[in-house]
Write a protein that binds this ligand. Structure first.
Ligand code: GAP
Length: 463
């Protein structure tokens, strides 16, 4: 069996387990997230997902799709275009209302969102950076504009969508007419959204280009409150059970009457405790018939539904679940990150391992296959095994360096299982299965290996 120091895992990092600096550094170092256009000095508030980041993001997206679409026989998927008819955004209220109040410092020219300023700065109208005088607030629309066609005039202005939701509303009738859905039913979509955000610190938390996972659930008016409560519970459970997020770092936060978006009757955020405090991860909104009503008005033909159960005709109400995909990537990274003391080195210093305790179903690599040594045919044997396992899992082959160091490299990117191929593999057709969280190693037969890993994923309980 491969040798490795074993000691009781002991968290020594801060209570949260991660600081933003450590996450940003690990993401860059191991290929999760890079600053966008870095060779040109970067572009603020935009990030690129590297080889491991794109796998993590896709796995979260797939977990959401499986939960929302595959596990519900009354929810269907959609992939609408990012660029939509500009009337869409007049109808939705975004042209008129989707703005932030901005103030500028007359001295240092820094720009702030008025609602993000501390009460003292708000009252004294003094810049928190340099003490200079602040301007009066002015409204700044968050939608990016571009032009369609060869002439860039006001007639060709279109918007990059600031939410995916409107693509669903404008296709409501198409979906009803072309599928067998009956109310209550949902339409789900994952895709890019764009907002010209002014305050964009905190890595991928708030960016100008991001991805959303949204679902609009259409219900009969009068049943929306019940549905709202059901979706609140279901969405919270998804983060805990499927993404494996620590429930102590999740909570609901109600929007007060003065915080409600222009379309909402009621709204709750699912918040996560980031190192910079409790902030939104997902919004759950009771949107009434606002959107379908307005699109009906703006396109000149009411968008309604004929209910076959009682032949009534009505404009459905909507419960929306709106999660940030890129923000979920940040949450899974932060929540998974731990530094653990696992012993002492030869100079008596703490031996620390950095580990990402991802739920195995979203880890970028599920199984690493490692030959104990390269010689005597072990490398070839391990390569053959890795190719076989590729059919079922995201795999990785690594033969470079001491086995203990290879395990650590896998811990740092959150690989839940390592398979070590050694001399006994040749003779007895067994391998070592090493668990990331406990660092425990067990000897198991090659026969039935994939099934054993599948079982471990199904029964996974976070430490
Ligand atoms: N359709 C409703 C809607 O868009 P929202 O609360 O504005 O509601 C929903 O956004 C989710 O989208 C947020 O909870 C967050 O996860 C994500 N999100 C919003 N703006 C974002 C940004 N600038 N960067 C990253 N994620 C963002």
């Amino acid at each position: 069996m491969a040798k490795e120091k074993k000691a009781k895992a002991n968290t020594i990092s801060n209570e949260h387990g991660a600081s933003m600096d450590k996450i940003v550094s690990l993401c860059k170092r191991r290929g999760f997230v890079y600053p966008s256009s870095e060779i040109y000095g970067g572009l603020s508030a935009t990030w690129d997902y590297g080889p491991l980041g794109v796998e993590l993001k896709k796995n979260i997206q797939n977990a959401w799709w499986t939960e929302m679409v595959r596990r519900h026989d009354n929810i269907v998927g959609l992939d609408a275009a990012i660029m939509m008819h500009p009337r869409t955004w007049e109808a939705s209220g975004h042209v008129e209302n989707f703005s932030d109040p901005l103030v500028d410092c007359k001295k240092c020219k820094s720009r702030f969102r008025e609602d993000h300023l501390a009460p003292e700065a708000l009252e004294s109208k003094v810049c928190p950076e340099c003490g200079g005088e602040l301007t009066e607030p002015r409204q700044f629309n968050l939608m990016f504009t571009t032009h369609m066609g060869p002439v860039a005039d006001s007639g060709s202005v279109i918007y990059l969508r600031p939410e995916t939701a409107q693509g669903i509303f404008v296709n409501f009738k198409n979906v009803v007419d072309t599928t067998r859905v009956q109310i209550p039913f949902g339409i789900a979509q994952v895709g890019k959204a764009f907002r010209n955000e002014i305050t964009t610190k905190n890595f991928i938390f708030r960016t100008c280009e991001f991805e959303q996972m949204e679902m609009q659930y259409f219900v009969k008016p009068g049943t929306e409150d019940e549905s709202f409560e059901e979706w609140k519970a279901a969405r919270m459970a998804w983060y805990i059970d499927r993404l494996g997020i620590n429930p102590d770092r999740l909570r609901f936060e109600a929007h007060g009457p003065d915080e409600l978006a222009h379309y909402a009757k009621a709204a709750f955020d699912i918040e996560y405790e980031y190192p910079f405090g409790w902030q939104e991860l997902e919004g759950i909104h009771s949107r009434t018939d606002f959107d379908l009503g307005r699109h009906g008005e703006y396109c000149g033909k009411e968008i309604n539904y004929l209910d076959p159960t009682d032949n009534s005709r009505y404009v459905p109400y909507v419960i929306e679940t709106s999660s940030g995909l890129t923000r979920s990537v940040l949450v899974t990274l932060m929540d998974a990150y731990h530094e653990e003391k696992i012993g002492e080195d030869k100079n008596g210093k703490d031996d620390i391992r950095t580990v990402l305790h991802f739920h195995p179903s979203i880890a970028p690599i599920t199984v690493a296959v490692l030959p104990l040594v390269k010689k005597d045919g072990l490398a070839e044997l391990a390569q053959g095994l890795e190719k076989e396992l590729r059919e079922d899992f995201a795999t990785f082959y690594d033969q470079g360096g001491a086995i203990g160091r290879r395990y650590r490299r896998m811990d740092e990117i959150g690989t839940p299982f390592c398979i070590t191929v050694d001399y006994e593999t040749k003779e007895e057709k067994t391998v070592t299965l090493r668990f990331r969280d406990s660092m425990e190693q067990v000897r198991i037969p090659l026969d039935g290996l994939a099934e054993r890993i599948r079982k471990e994923i199904r029964n996974y309980k976070r430490v």
